[in-house]
Design a binder for this molecule. Structure first.
Ligand SMILES: O=C(O)CCC(=O)C(=O)O
Ligand SMILES: [Fe+2]
Length: 424
């Protein structure tokens, strides 16, 4: 059975759009009676610079919330007279949606910590501005999660990349087929991921492979990793909107172990016809949970080889390829048609890494999440169900024809579309 979406497709909204404001009002006005018991009205206002063009028709973008029990409590303009006014949260970037309060304490802490690692200490922009454990903060947390559960990421991918400071990474992807994102996750997260990885690997039978797979259904930290806003932006740049999780797995490499001798392309498993199309079908993010220096057995890659548009010829060696050396906390990201391999670890100890591969929405993925536990879908923003393939843009025909609601949603949301850097 295919898992139900937590929020139907037609209830998804883009951050700070008119539909978003409308939904925000609907949520608050349903709670009007309890709001009337607040000791005094609460107000706050948020303003952004450099919003995507399709939203920023009227100059300043932002919104103001006045929680006073009135009919309209959220308006679509910033207002500097509000109690609590925050100009340009997230250093000008429109924030990706995340649900920080749902789930258990550990996962809430993890989500919040990683967003603060990337964007600074402003995630709790309105929740923290009011006393905790009051009716007000409980309401605002619920408001935040309700909106995050239906908020889609800014669909203007190049704009998003620009705001997140990833433009040079897009250029590298175009030029050589790979790029590295330093300090992409915290050392605390690295330690948590390592511990969980080793627990997963240890629980397996003798002789199991060096991979542990199907991570999206193995705990909230893997969900958080799959949604990494920088990685997802690079993935959508190469693969178009609505891309899927192709595979999510960890590798533990021991001293002397050669996991990927020679060279390969990540298109190998999908038997892609040659010549490969000139657009990307699959892309891989490798998280350095441990150090990736020469003695730790890092990845090697041949710059520009994705332009060959073919599988690696048998017998191709690693000669002339470049090591991807990176510090723990970094993420390497490559176009899946790029020829790469890995080197043996010479140092004592183990190399731990997370490999999140993404594909276009029409590619058949290696892992399957169509029947993933609905509780996992509920605690994540729409981007997560998209990765799991639950937005399936094709729908499936029943006895009465195709699923036009899906077809139309995915067309309107631009699924499969990509932008080129030069157009921005
Ligand atoms: O583990 C490595 O260094 C390379 C792994 C790899 O080939 C991949 O994730 O596609
Ligand atoms: Fe690979």
């Amino acid at each position: 059975m295919t898992t139900e979406l937590a929020v139907p497709l037609d209830q998804r909204v883009e951050f700070a759009s008119a539909d978003w404001i409308h939904e925000a009002n609907r949520f608050l006005s349903e709670r009007r009676e309890s709001i009337k018991h607040f000791a005094r009205p609460v107000s706050f206002s948020v303003e952004f610079d450099k919003a995507p063009e399709h939203l920023n028709s009227s100059g300043k973008l932002g919104y103001t919330v006045v929680v006073d029990g009135a009919e309209t409590m959220v308006t679509s303009k910033p207002d500097a007279t509000a109690d609590f006014f925050q100009h340009c949260i997230y250093d000008h970037a429109i924030p990706p949606a995340t649900i920080v309060h749902a789930g258990n304490e550990d996962s809430a802490r993890c989500r919040r910590r990683e967003y603060e690692h990337l964007f600074g200490n402003s995630l709790g922009y309105y929740v923290d501005a009011f006393e905790t454990n009051t009716d007000v903060s409980v309401l605002l947390m619920a408001f935040h999660d309700h909106m995050a559960r239906r908020t889609v990421n800014n669909p203007a991918i190049v704009h998003r990349a620009h705001q997140l400071g990833l433009e040079s990474n897009l250029r590298e992807l175009d030029a050589v087929g790979y790029t590295v994102l330093p300090a992409a996750f915290s050392h605390v997260f690295a330690d948590e991921l390592r511990q969980e990885t080793h627990r997963n690997h240890a629980g397996r039978q003798e002789g199991a492979s060096f991979r542990a797979t199907m991570l999206l259904q193995r705990g909230a930290m893997w969900e958080q990793a799959a949604l990494h806003p920088w990685v997802l932006t690079l993935a959508e740049y190469l693969l178009g909107r609505g891309c899927l999780m192709y595979q999510s797995d960890t590798i533990v490499k021991e001293t002397g172990q050669e996991t990927h001798p020679g060279m390969h392309s990540d298109y190998g498993a999908s038997r892609i016809n040659e010549p490969f199309p000139d657009y990307c079908l699959e892309a891989t993010a490798v998280w350095a949970i441990d150090e990736f220096q020469v003695e730790h057995g890092p990845t090697v890659i041949r710059p520009g080889s994705f332009k060959e548009r073919r599988q690696v010829p048998p017998g191709t060696t690693q000669e002339g390829a470049q090591l991807i050396e990176m510090e723990r906390g970094s993420i390497a990201f490559w176009h899946g048609a790029t020829w790469h391999g890995s080197t043996p670890r010479t140092a004592p100890g183990q190399r731990t890494s997370l490999h999140n591969a993404y594909s276009r929405n029409f590619v058949r993925t290696i892992e399957r999440y169509e029947d993933i536990d609905p509780a996992i879908i509920v605690r994540n923003p729409p981007a997560f169900s998209t990765l799991c393939g639950l937005d399936d843009p094709f729908g499936k025909s029943g006895d009465d024809g195709a699923d036009f609601e899906r077809l139309m949603y995915c067309a309107a949301a631009g699924y499969g579309q990509a932008e080129l850097l030069e157009q921005a």
